[in-house]
Design a protein around this ligand. Structure first.
Ligand SMILES: [Zn+2]
Length: 428
């Protein structure tokens, strides 16, 4: 099956209604669907109460039902209709309260009156409902029956991990998160693109690098994963990408690793400068996703974020308006997929070229010099000569491409010709 925008969008739709959170069956069901696409995915469970660096794995959250009955006997804010209606990690409630009291536990957005906001309370005991502001304004005086049938219990935090072994032990790391309920760009786009990037790699015959994919809940999941795997991650990861908000059609954007100078940073900037010259480059001070953990002092992994429109930068962010109709589209998802795929392809083919001849080679006897002086042919010859003049084993193909202001995928055509003519060799 070919991967295209429709395949990605259909997969996002199949995951849409699951009640994802930082723990629980919504996470397990999401991972089960991902495993159906990439069967080697391993699913790990980490018990509640496990110490992970400065944090503790929280209790597991399970919701059976949640709704409010208004004074007319009408059911509103039904969790079954939209899981955003319930504040994440709400405890059980079964009581009748007057409207004034209910208001303390309602959340809405006056500036976006038709949106249901996304609210969670993972680490402090709470309950609440999220409602569109226009619906909230219409609530009349009277008693409201509040019913939440949920459980918080000692269970597990669940995450998925897939390692695809390449020729080298050096790893490319790809992380995305599976803790957001029914919202599309943040965050179904990341796991959807990541799943299909993994599937695409599984279809390849020869891969040089080993690939490590993780599907985790944000923050607590990355902290948990790092605390269990830090040594091997520090030893093997040479490039890494955090995929989030990667399915809309607005711009592309990038948030660097903490030091901003890793190979991951270099390759993203290179690809985006040719795919979308107007791409947005954020500063480390604007971080907000799992790069916060991956690049923390002492962890220091070379992980940068690839995004289309960044979290917090689009009006539908963290509301019911972040959907699969207007925000995340087949073209948006496929654009994100292609950028990630390009970054990985370039890393796979990157290396340090070394010329095998002293002084300039005689291109004519190898058929690489134009017989007739046509301008078009000279451009290619000039590119060959420019590439050769930097083939001293010190600059990578990616760095030479940047220097020559040419997309590396075009330079790789030159590399192929020069390798076939035995004029260079590539040192990894
Ligand atoms: Zn979010």
């Amino acid at each position: 099956m070919n991967i295209d925008g429709q395949v990605l969008h259909r997969f996002a739709k199949s995951l849409w209604g699951l009640n994802r959170s930082i723990t629980g069956d919504g996470v397990r069901k999401t991972l089960k669907e991902i495993k159906a696409v990439i069967p080697n995915l391993e699913i790990h469970e980490v018990p509640s109460g496990t110490k992970v660096f400065d944090w503790t794995v929280p209790k597991e959250w399970h919701v059976k039902e949640a709704y409010i009955i208004d004074p007319d006997g009408k059911k509103i804010c039904d969790f079954k209709e939209n899981n955003l209606h319930l504040v994440g990690y709400s405890h059980s409630v079964n009581k009748s309260v007057p409207l004034q009291e209910l208001q303390y536990n309602l959340h809405s957005l006056p500036n976006q009156p038709n949106a249901i906001p996304y609210v969670t309370s993972y680490y402090s005991k709470n309950w609440g409902f999220c409602i569109s502001h226009q619906q909230r304004e219409k609530l009349k005086q009277g008693n409201y029956k509040v019913f939440i049938d949920s459980e918080l219990f000692d269970g597990n935090l669940t995450y998925g991990e897939l390692i695809i072994e390449g020729e080298s032990k050096k790893e490319i790391f790809i992380s995305s998160y599976i803790c957001h309920p029914s919202m599309a760009n943040n965050e179904l786009s990341g796991p959807v693109v990541s799943t299909h990037i993994a599937k695409n790699i599984l279809l390849k015959k020869n891969i040089y690098y080993t690939y490590r994919f993780v599907f985790i809940p944000e923050t607590i999941g990355s902290i948990t994963y790092l605390s269990k795997n830090l040594e091997i991650l520090k030893k093997n990861i040479f490039a890494g990408f955090n995929l989030t908000c990667i399915g809309d059609e607005r711009n592309y954007s990038y948030l660097p690793s903490r030091m901003g100078n890793s190979i991951s940073d270099q390759v993203i900037k290179h690809v985006l400068s040719f795919v979308d010259p107007n791409y947005k480059s954020f500063d480390w001070s604007e971080r907000g996703s799992d790069e916060r953990q991956y690049c923390a002092p002492g962890i220091d992994l070379p992980v940068a974020s690839i995004m289309r429109t960044k979290y917090g930068e689009y009006p539908e962010y963290h509301t019911s308006l972040d959907n699969l109709d207007n925000v995340v589209t087949p073209d948006g998802l496929f654009g994100g997929f292609k950028v990630v795929d390009k970054c990985l392809n370039l890393l796979e083919n990157n290396g340090y070229p070394i010329t095998k001849v002293l002084c300039e080679p005689q291109l004519g006897k190898r058929g690489l010099y134009p017989n007739l002086s046509a301008k078009k042919d000279y451009q290619k010859t000039n590119l060959i000569m420019d590439f050769l003049t930097w083939s001293d084993g010190k600059k990578s193909i990616l760095e030479i491409s940047d220097y020559l202001n040419q997309p590396m995928w075009k330079i790789l055509e030159i590399v192929k010709i020069l390798e076939e003519s035995e004029l260079i060799e590539i040192k990894k």
